[in-house]
Design a protein around this ligand. Structure first.
Ligand code: SF4
Length: 296
């Protein structure tokens, strides 16, 4: 008898699709998007649709391999587990629990994957773990410093936007389940601005495409901030009451001339004014960042 279970895609992907898997005699025989998830919306991407092909592929690695000189030999799971246990016991006996580095990072994501290793290492008496990274960790630290938290808009709230700014991100390829929400918001009158040096798949759909030179969007951001500040005039109480280091930030803005910023970012005055208007007087504006604003 067939059994259906609800699960999720484990790819490291912001869509986080819900998946329904059908199992017969202990084998997965089919899978599809779970229509109950309002973001998944009953479709998976090409990678998600190929799960079964990968699952059943003759090239899929099902047995542990042990390196012998320049090549690998297949060993049993029992031997692999014994070998790993032996090494762990030996190094911990010789040098203590911190001698083992648990290198955790991205890859396949799931609650099982996030929680089980923690339980394992806690039961074993601890380990050294990696802290930070060269990719998304740096972005998250920067966003926490800038905004106090690393949050993103609920896609279902996009319909309330008058402007959507996608800054250094290409969701038409990398976050395809965001696109139907953007399309619906545009049908209700929202304008889409994409900031990307490339004429990306998302830029092709945009009302405005701003293409700063690579690494120049930090200057673009400064130009926009200066323009918003001009428009604010003396009504900055809202900002000063809710930020730290505002005066230092203003001093930093003052170090740059407008014409210099346009040259450094390789954008026009009109483009800076357009972005300032999105944020200042044509709101509400939703912003989706890629891996942060780039700087030099
Ligand atoms: S879009 Fe594709 S890779 Fe991303 S979560 Fe959905 S099925 Fe997985």
């Amino acid at each position: 008898m067939n059994k259906q279970i609800a699960t999720s895609c484990t790819h490291d992907c912001p869509c986080g699709c819900s998946v329904l898997v059908t199992i017969k005699d202990g084998q997965i025989i089919s899978h599809k998007a779970d229509p109950r998830n309002p973001v998944t919306r009953n479709f998976l991407c090409i990678k998600g649709n190929r799960y079964i092909k990968r699952y059943a592929s003759a090239e899929r690695l099902l047995k542990p391999l042990r390196r012998k000189g320049t090549h690998f030999v297949t060993i049993s799971w029992e031997d692999a587990l014994d070998l790993a246990a032996e090494k762990l016991i030996q190094t911990r006996r010789e040098s203590g629990p911190l001698s083992t580095l648990w290198a955790q990072y991205s890859g396949s994501l799931s609650l099982l994957n996030l929680i089980m290793p923690r339980i394992f290492w806690i039961h074993l008496g601890g380990s050294t773990i990696t802290e930070g990274g060269i990719s998304i960790d740096a972005l998250q630290a920067a966003q926490k410093n800038d905004f106090g938290a690393c949050l993103v808009h609920d896609p279902q709230d996009l319909e309330n936007s008058k402007n959507i700014v996608i800054w250094g991100r290409n969701p038409a390829v990398t976050n395809i389940h965001l696109m139907p929400f953007i399309k619906e918001a545009r049908e209700k009158g929202a304008k889409l601005t994409v900031i990307d040096p490339r004429y990306s798949e998302t830029a092709r759909l945009a009302d405005h495409h701003i293409a700063p030179r690579p690494g120049g969007d930090g200057y673009l951001a400064i130009g926009v901030a200066k323009e918003i500040r001009r428009r604010q005039g003396n009504t900055q109480g809202f900002v000063t009451g809710r930020t730290n280091g505002w005066e230092d930030y203003l001093s930093m803005l003052d170090q740059y001339e407008d014409t210099d910023l346009c040259l450094k970012a390789d954008v026009t005055d009109d483009q800076i004014n357009h972005l300032a208007s999105c944020y200042w007087n044509k709101g509400p504006c939703a912003t989706f960042l890629g891996l942060g604003v780039n700087w030099w």
